[in-house]
Ligand binder design. Sequence first.
Ligand SMILES: Nc1ncnc2c1ncn2[C@@H]1O[C@H](COP(=O)(O)OP(=O)(O)OP(=O)(O)O)[C@@H](O)[C@H]1O
Length: 353
Amino acid sequence: MTNEAIIQLKDIDVTFHNKGQTVEAVKKVSLTVERGDIYGVVGYSGAGKSTLVRVINRLQRPTAGSVEVSGQDILALNPRELRTARTKIGMIFQHFNLMASRTIADNVGYPLKGRLARDERKKKVAHLLDLVGLSEKAEDYPAQLSGGQKQRVAIARALANDPEILISDEATSALDPKTTSSILELLKRLNKELDLTVVLITHEMEAVKEICNKVAVMEAGEIIERGDLVTIFSRPEKPLTQDFINTATQINQALEKIFRQAATLNLSESQQLVQLQYVGASTDAPLITELYKRYGVVSNILYGNVEILQDTPLGNLIVVMSGEPDKLAAAWQYCQDAGINITHLNPNDSEVA
Ligand SMILES: Nc1ncnc2c1ncn2[C@@H]1O[C@H](COP(=O)(O)OP(=O)(O)OP(=O)(O)O)[C@@H](O)[C@H]1O
């Protein structure tokens, strides 16, 4: 993969003025997406994700800042140049936006009208439908398809002009988990096969976890944390990022149960409830053994989970560590020195649950 920047947003502000009210939807955001990235932008509703990505193809003109896409200054383009630039930036949305009265083939071929002769268009549509696995649905109408199939049609249509970039704005939010996975897998395949750069906006870190190589977390118009996926998942710095990750790795659900247990609510002074996060091949067993051998610290595992992110194992353990206070401190230091992210969990802290 090359490190060529394909999208460069610099110091973007987007401010809306509505009925005497001012909303700073995006505040001083800079973002670089490299060719071949699947870049996740995650945040809760209202964080400013949609507004930020709409700046990429100038569906939203920023109040301040600069936008460069594939080496072009998007803000300097005239309307004709902008139309051409936009054909290289496909978009898909939560509500597929298909034309109900046209067949699947006509929906997919619509962006090619006036660009390709009829025969060529037919060929191209057949190829696009094949790419998304819907060849046999060409003559059906949108109403005859499932949500997942409709999104595949929308993806095929977004690819009609051979874009370099695909922006996915909550494209899987209306789909069930299994269908979501199959759409995400399709995006990943298109990323590889077509060298398609993907910007994936979502409020679900699960989606990011499945296919993204990089992620930015947005809150109140700002990117509060960003980085490559494995680093962010193993060493999140902001509580919001940790919270998204804990939901994606099912740890929040586990914590809810753990926090209700009497044993964790009544820890003695020689006990600590901690979360350990670690990357790579190091497994839990040697660590636990090591803590006992070196410091006599006993670790009782309450929950364990290993995820494979970008071919890298990422472990998560919730344990009660027991030992003399100075030994616990030494064990804590040992974990940190070994590159393990160790966090103290407080059962009385309702925020985590
Ligand atoms: N055209 C507009 N006029 C006024 N305010 C707007 C406009 N578009 C967005 N906003 C406001 O900007 C803020 C960010 O909205 P945005 O849609 O970008 O967030 P989001 O993170 O994508 O959330 P969601 O997933 O709910 O769309 C919100 O407070 C929203 O109300």
